[in-house]
Write a protein that binds this ligand. Sequence first.
Ligand code: ATP
Ligand code: MG
Length: 379
Amino acid sequence: MIRFDGAGKRHPDGTIAVEGLDLDVPTGRITVLVGPSGCGKTTLLRMVNRMVEPTSGRVLLDGTDVAELEPAKLRRGIGYVIQQAGLFPHRRVIDNVATVPYLLGWDRKKARARAAELLELVGLAPETGKRYPFQLSGGQQQRVGVARALAADPPVLLMDEPFSAVDPVVRAGLQEELLRLQSELHKTVLFVTHDIEEAVRLGDQVVVLREHGRIAQLADPHTLLTAPADHGVAAFLGRDRGLRGLGLRPARDIAVRPLSAGLRYGGWELVLDDERRPIGWIDRDAATAALHPVAGFHPENDTLRTALDAAVLSPAAVAVALDGEGRATGTASREAVLTALGAAPGTTAHGADAKDEAGAKDGAAKDEAAAKDGAGRGR
Ligand SMILES: Nc1ncnc2c1ncn2[C@@H]1O[C@H](COP(=O)(O)OP(=O)(O)OP(=O)(O)O)[C@@H](O)[C@H]1O
Ligand SMILES: [Mg+2]
């Protein structure tokens, strides 16, 4: 764990960058610092690896004041990733990644083998290693920056706006990659951004900072979005904060209903093949048996956003839940998706599990009724 214990930084010119900060950064989790420009985010990050020395208070790493540790040794246990990756321009990618192993005195072959392994880990082709940084896209350079920070397998990763110089699509890819890596590596990550969207997407906990590194709120993303501490934080989160959870929350939080008897949903019938894979929706009142496409979602992999999209696209106003083989396992109404969005994480689907069979059937009937009298007919 990293602990800021009354940590402060006053510059010789009198500027107060950070004042008396108390903050715990838990081991193996991602803590995101977010806040306006100049509020002290970079200063805080650099206090951890002693690139900035606090002028008051202390920073403890697993209980030891970092001031007592030799900087070079301290930094070997801390990966550091910055905006624009900060790669050495005259070194090949592979040697950039192997920087710390070389410093640690590994032989060249072993260091390069480790670097090649890391390039693969961050999703870069092996040939990338032979190139120079300028021959890479911005997104690829950021991946190299992450690989380099991970080279000596440090338990702590400091990331200072690592993805802010790339376009939104590449950025989303890098964020996903970081979450995938983290699910395998479980580093203690301190991540700085001024993008609230990025903060709630990545953070196990999010620290909203004000001037002088004062904490406006420290919370998990769901709590932050649904219960901002004050008007200032709410304004910082933006007007659509209620809907932001859609892309964050897993679809498994939806209370999925079993398939209704006869696969009837209002005036629509769900047609399945022999394997129970959806083929289409049929309008039972129409003269022709035209099939309308079925939009589905995977409760285990998708977010609420995908499920809501599927429910909105469906003529019967329900999204079809699919298992790994694409077989229909149940349905979710638009209301069920929105209920999951409004509830505390992990509560809705469990509530449904606890219900007995009759309750579930009852629910299916309700869904059918909703489809009948709601906007379900869609035409
Ligand atoms: N060497 C220095 N001397 C004087 N003031 C400094 C120095 N370095 C930083 N500051 C000031 O400390 C404050 C915090 O700076 P810091 O770089 O930590 O902000 P930040 O939150 O990372 O901002 P940004 O989002 O723009 O990167 C700012 O007001 C900055 O001007
Ligand atoms: Mg900064």
